[in-house]
Design a binder for this molecule. Structure first.
Ligand SMILES: Nc1ncnc2c1ncn2[C@@H]1O[C@H](COP(=O)(O)OP(=O)(O)OP(=O)(O)O)[C@@H](O)[C@H]1O
Ligand SMILES: [Mg+2]
Length: 142
């Protein structure tokens, strides 16, 4: 997989394939931002990456704000959608808890609090191009 990566997606299994390829190059300490349309497949993408690591019980953190998983990889999965103020993220301990060299961090709706994000990251955007087709882009920053 080369960056920037762009692809049109027609089926779930195409998303799974891209997630699987992506999962092979992710290493602990890296941060993956996911933005784009509601229901476009951000959680689905994270689930697909995690299932490649043997983690099968991934659910959307949109109400919990953060979920954590462990296999041979430590995974922290945020969703900023329902966060109202950045203080809520500081209260969770976002920086110490999430930004460490042992953990892979996924953040859905990261654009809502850009000021808290590290400059080095993968930025994934998934958009609908029409009712059934999606477009994914993955950019590596830093
Ligand atoms: N090609 C595809 N890629 C990803 N998901 C797909 C695809 N086709 C259909 N789907 C379905 O679309 C839904 C995407 O939901 P998901 O919760 O992953 O979206 P989301 O982007 O996380 O939404 P939200 O913005 O609410 O967090 C899933 O139910 C999934 O099965
Ligand atoms: Mg989601």
């Amino acid at each position: 997989m080369k960056f920037p990566f762009h692809k049109k997606i027609k089926t779930e299994s195409e998303t799974v394939e891209i997630a699987e390829e992506f999962s092979k190059l992710l290493v602990p300490g890296e941060i993956v931002l996911l933005n784009g349309d509601l229901g476009s497949g951000k959680t689905f993408f994270v689930k697909s990456v995690c299932s490649h690591y043997g983690i099968l019980n991934v659910s959307s953190p949109s109400f919990s704000i953060v979920n954590e998983y462990q296999s041979d990889k430590n995974i922290i999965h945020f969703d900023f959608y329902r966060v109202k103020k950045i203080e809520e993220l500081y209260d969770i301990g976002f920086e110490d808890y999430a930004m460490n060299s042992e953990t892979i961090v996924f953040i859905e709706w990261s654009n809502m609090f850009m000021e808290i994000l590290p400059k080095k990251n993968y930025e994934i955007e998934i958009k609908f191009t029409n009712n059934s087709e999606r477009e994914i882009s993955i950019v590596k920053h830093g």
